[in-house]
Design a binder for this molecule. Structure first.
Ligand SMILES: NC(=O)c1ccc[n+]([C@@H]2O[C@H](COP(=O)([O-])OP(=O)(O)OC[C@H]3O[C@@H](n4cnc5c(N)ncnc54)[C@H](O)[C@@H]3O)[C@@H](O)[C@H]2O)c1
Length: 386
């Protein structure tokens, strides 16, 4: 099979930049795909960060410290950008205006104004494919839930809960980093950091909140700066958003939560949907299990929990009896992005594409309303403009 090689540049060679390099190096894990990413150039403002790539990723031919040099590199046709949130708007706009396809990291702009700048650049350059990173829906258990929603299996929806929880910030001695400062992470705090992951599926399902009442918490006020001092930890640690969702034929409550301090949780992403005909839960806490409760009037209400097989959006060499994990979800997300680049949206070999700029915009509307709700104590309406 001849393969379409997609030549990538990576801007931001930190935690997530390395995850992409690992996924690209593991492409042989996927079965039957006729496209493959090749990272030919990398860029980080800190030259030390690119060393790992030069040593580990044999495809990397050039390393830059100025991203504009990477954008001028004619061999690079697509870019993965994983930099702090305060840099998203400028760098994403420059990538789009350079005519390079982009998988950008969430939250897709530090605030609503930054997000609008990115969307304006995209509107002026509609031929560029731009998607937002969000890997958890690629877990087979999440995929099962998506399928049930698409098939309308839930009946009348009673309520929805979705969240993304961490707990390492419970430790007050954990040093501060850019993700705990407003200047670099943004006013959204934990919502900007974690919220796109939580909103990806609700946005995909068309579950747009008409209003939101937010409860935001700051739990740890100061953190060590790594140089013997304590400095303010400015960002919201936890957020609980009570949303009122109205679709063409349904109205139901949806509770979204993003927590940096949820004791006992490390990277727990979950979705729970309760309906009159089916209820279902998937959580990365138990990554191979999906629980469901089918119901018909007068019948028993019993939860069934099954170990879902390793059945991913894109086929792999892994046997169905084995477990799926975080790096598998990253690989699947990259397969979806490269599939869309190689074959166009309509030509993808499976229908679940990466989070779109419209879905990221939806998340910004929700977070912006949540900040206003926290400030005023009121329930804030969200205008979807359509
Ligand atoms: N999808 C996910 O699961 C996930 C997980 C963690 C972080 N993220 C997102 O990824 C992005 C990056 O987070 P991270 O954890 O990789 O951060 P990180 O701090 O590990 O890496 C960021 C890198 O960007 C570099 N950088 C800073 N300014 C730059 C510039 N002007 N030009 C080029 N490089 C520059 C830094 O030197 C650093 O190496 C953020 O948007 C974050 O929200 C996504």
């Amino acid at each position: 099979m001849s393969k379409r090689i997609i030549r990538f540049g990576v801007i931001g060679c930190g935690l997530m930049g390395k995850e992409f390099a690992s996924a690209a190096a593991r492409w042989l894990h996927l079965g039957g795909v006729d496209f493959e990413p090749r990272i030919v150039a990398v860029c980080d403002a800190n030259p030390a960060a690119t060393e790992w790539f030069k040593e580990q990723a044999t495809s990397v031919e050039r390393a830059y410290t100025d991203y504009k040099e990477l954008l001028a590199d004619g061999e690079v046709e697509a870019v993965y950008c994983a930099v702090p949130h305060n840099l998203h708007a400028q760098i994403y706009v420059d990538i789009i205006e350079a005519g390079k396809h982009l998988l950008g990291e969430k939250p897709f702009g530090i605030d609503a104004e930054a997000n609008a700048r990115i969307n304006a650049a995209l509107a002026a350059n509609p031929d560029v494919i731009v998607r937002c990173s969000s890997e958890f829906p690629f877990y087979p258990g999440a995929h099962q839930v998506i399928q049930w929603v698409n098939e309308g299996k839930f009946g009348r929806i009673i309520e929805v809960e979705a969240g993304f929880w961490h707990s390492s910030d419970l430790d007050p001695t954990k040093p501060i980093n850019w993700k705990r400062r407003i200047a670099t992470n943004g006013e959204y705090g934990c919502m900007g950091d974690l919220g796109m992951h939580v909103l990806h599926l609700p946005m995909r399902f068309g579950w747009k909140p008409e209003s939101v009442r937010a409860l935001l918490s700051k739990i740890v006020a100061e953190r060590p700066d790594g140089q013997g001092q304590y400095v303010p930890c400015e960002t919201w640690d936890n957020a609980i958003l009570a949303c009122d969702v109205r679709t063409a034929d349904q109205q139901f409550p949806m509770v979204l939560s993003t927590k940096r301090i949820a004791p006992g949780h490390a990277n727990t992403w979950f979705i729970r949907i309760q309906g009159t005909e089916l209820s279902a839960v998937f959580s990365t806490k138990n990554p191979k299990q999906v629980s469901s409760l089918p119901y018909s009037p007068g019948k028993q209400q019993a939860w069934h929990t099954v170990d879902v097989p390793y059945k991913s959006a894109y086929g792999t060499i892994t046997g169905g009896i084995f477990e799926f994990g975080f790096s598998d979800s990253i690989l699947q997300m990259w397969a979806a992005f490269c599939d869309e680049l190689a074959h166009g949206t309509a030509g993808m070999s499976q229908p679940f594409r990466c989070a779109t700029p419209e879905e990221a915009l939806g998340s910004h509307r929700v977070f912006t309303a949540a900040l206003e709700s926290e400030r005023t104590g009121a329930t804030v309406s969200i205008d979807w403009g359509n």
